[in-house]
Design a protein around this ligand. Sequence first.
Ligand SMILES: [Zn+2]
Length: 180
Amino acid sequence: MEWTRTIAADGTWLCEHIDSQGNPAPASVLNIAALENVYHSPSNSRGELVCPGCGTLWRGWPKQRQVKFYIESPLGNVSPYQRAHRTDIDTLIAQVWKRFAGLQVTQYQYVWPADDDGIWWFRLPGITRQKDVQLETADGMLPFYVDQRKLTTMEEAVGRVCNLLKKIQATSQPHAGQSG
Ligand SMILES: [Zn+2]
């Protein structure tokens, strides 16, 4: 899985898409000039933008001429299109998301485009104390590592993540204040 893209001379790159049937769909042309929430740094200034075509979060490094996509949920918009180049983590998130309303999935964001950002957090809404399920995979593909356990099949991974989320649900009291 190639997470990064090189920005073209005109400042653009493509976010490639598929439709709900998995067929190729029109790509979005994204522009480095549209980066938001820019963090300024002498060496590696960086910002982010959400693709209007599929809701994918992109981070961009203008000086490095590099952009990189992140797999998070819920998406930034509602669109008939999905990002092309699906990974196992996309499949896992889609399956777990169906079972937990309001589930939030975020991906680690380090400072350089070449960094390994292969950590995801699954968080339930309304849990007052910070509890989440952490999953690691360097390339977005199986096997996944959850709680130091290696999960080699999608079925195993979905089951493990769902069980841990259920445990968090059962042991957490939403809106219970600051005690404990
Ligand atoms: Zn897109």
